[in-house]
Design a protein. Structure first.
Length: 112
């Protein structure tokens, strides 16, 4: 993932945020997560909606536990200690949760 993106200063200003180094770093992480979302959404579509916010919350819990196990405990059976992929997934699953809450989609689209 790129660590900087073109027009980050413009994005921050348009969002009503200060153009600071720390805001640029934070935005870069969110944009990295967005790139992962776009790539996977092209494959799977809006599959995350089928789980509703309850299912998304379980994914958030699972990803958070995995990040903790890899980074805090240092017990990664797959050797991904330098990879933040699960942390990016955690960002995206949290966004899915928020989106489903906003759409009042508790149990998923397949259950309606």
């Amino acid at each position: 993932m790129p660590s900087t993106y073109p027009a980050m200063d413009e994005i921050l200003v348009l969002a009503g945020l200060e153009d600071t180094d720390t805001n640029r770093q934070q935005l870069a992480i969110f944009l990295d997560a967005m790139h992962i979302f776009q790539e996977r959404n092209a494959k799977y579509g809006d599959l995350w909606k089928e789980y509703g916010w309850r299912g998304n919350l379980l994914h958030v819990q699972s990803k958070a536990a995995r990040v903790r196990k890899v980074w805090w405990d240092g017990k990664d059976p797959f050797g991904h200690n330098e990879d933040c992929d699960d942390a990016y997934d955690l960002i995206n699953y949290t966004a899915f949760f928020i989106r489903n809450v906003g759409e009042d989609n508790e149990l998923g689209t397949s259950s309606r």
